[in-house]
Design a protein around this ligand. Structure first.
Ligand SMILES: [Cu+2]
Length: 115
């Protein structure tokens, strides 16, 4: 009875820890140089200014319970409406300065600088 309970107590956290760390560390190693994230939070993009290298994919994630969009220069990138928890990705291949806004709240402004 005692050993069975003990084994169970050890098995669960160990299994959970392996599930958590194995995929996360693998992903980080593979994409550390080529991915970057912008959070949409409290009606703002964070960070508001982000500098990346050409070839980097930026992921925007909306954490507000309000719908937001990510709208860059005409013809470059434009997300659909992002609800809470939704993400939008865009890969920046060309160096330049990309100002963008949320089309629903145009005071939400931010910039991606691609080197
Ligand atoms: Cu918005």
């Amino acid at each position: 009875m005692f050993t069975r309970t003990l084994r169970h107590a050890f098995a669960v956290p160990l299994g959970a820890a392996m599930l958590m760390t194995a995929p996360a560390s693998g992903l980080f190693a593979a994409h550390a140089q080529a991915m970057s994230t912008v959070l949409i939070k409290d009606f703002a993009f964070s960070p508001a200014a982000l500098t990346i290298k050409a070839g980097t994919t930026v992921t925007w994630k909306n954490t507000d319970d309000e719908t937001h969009t990510v709208v860059g220069p005409a013809g470059v990138f434009r997300s659909s409406g992002l609800d809470q928890g939704d993400t939008y990705k865009f890969k920046f291949d060309r160096p330049g300065v990309y100002a963008y806004i949320c089309s629903m709240h145009p005071h939400m402004k931010a910039t991606i600088v691609v080197q």
